[in-house]
Design a protein around this ligand. Structure first.
Ligand code: AMP
Length: 258
């Protein structure tokens, strides 16, 4: 087992709940957020779960688990959830609802990594609101750390190296790296636990540091991208029921697809 103690940082984003069907606002400029349920990004929930499981498997291996979110003040809720699951401490960086692009998020996270003296970042492979799949890779690049993306399994070897199984087209790829390391999570890494009310109440006593974007004066938060328009998918044409294979073939011929 690795002798180096882990100081794990888990960045988590508050996004529209994955079970909600996003709707475009009346102006067609953004996703409607009024009255919509928000939750932790599902891949980040998996990241928190993995950090907690690493500690459960080997208590002495993990020195600390710190959760961080850049988002509106309501992102406190997802941080409380992380604390209830087993994170020790947390930081909310209040973005006052501003849309922060992955490059700026990665720059902020780099500063948090340095402040927390973290040697392992476990984060989602992708935020389901912007679908960027950028931040982990940029963070690893800026830190000059190795990255193991789309992790489906994580194991700590006697040698101190970390072995990560990645799902790739048609199979699995197993890679290993030494710490410090950035890992991004895939869906099959684990199934996150449910947090009970009792643990949520207890989590209120755990520390939550509150910062603002201005505390990161070296980071340029000016967006580089402009959303020109946003559209819902075209509604699908209704299906037709057929009574026999012959009828199906006729219909397909009529539609000129065979
Ligand atoms: P993205 O590159 O936007 O698809 O996001 C990939 C991952 O970066 C997410 O799964 C989170 O772990 C992390 N991340 C992105 N945005 C934020 C944020 N605002 N606060 C904390 N972590 C974030």
């Amino acid at each position: 087992m690795a002798s180096k103690q882990l100081r794990i940082l888990v960045p988590v984003k508050r996004v529209i709940d994955y079970q909600i069907r996003p709707r475009v606002n009346k102006l067609g400029t953004a996703i409607e957020t009024t009255g919509v349920k928000f939750s932790i990004n599902p891949f980040d929930d998996i990241a928190v779960e993995e950090a907690v499981r690493i500690r459960e498997k080997n208590k002495s291996l993990v020195e600390s688990i710190h959760a961080v979110s850049i988002g509106p003040s309501k992102a406190q809720d997802i941080l409380r959830n992380c604390l209830a699951k087993g994170a020790d401490t947390s930081t909310l960086i209040d973005s006052k609802d501003a849309r922060i692009e992955p490059l700026a998020v990665a720059k902020v996270l780099k500063e948090v990594v340095e402040k927390q003296n973290a040697n392992l970042v476990i984060m989602g492979k992708q935020a389901i609101d912007d679908d960027c799949n950028n931040t982990g890779q940029m963070l690893a690049g800026m830190l000059k750390w190795p990255q193991a993306t789309n992790a489906a399994k994580v194991e700590f070897l006697e040698s101190g190296r970390v072995e990560v199984t990645r799902e790739v087209d048609g199979g699995e790829e197993v890679i290993s790296a030494s710490l410090p390391l950035v890992i991004t999570t895939d869906l099959r890494l684990n199934i996150p636990r449910y947090v009970g009310l009792q643990n949520l109440m207890k989590a209120k006593k755990k520390p939550m540091e509150k910062l603002a974007l201005k505390d990161f004066s070296d980071v340029d938060f000016e967006p580089r991208l402009k959303v020109n328009s946003i559209e819902e998918p075209q509604p699908r044409a209704p299906g037709v029921k057929v009574n026999s294979v012959d009828e199906l073939i006729e219909k397909l011929k009529d539609a000129k697809v065979i």
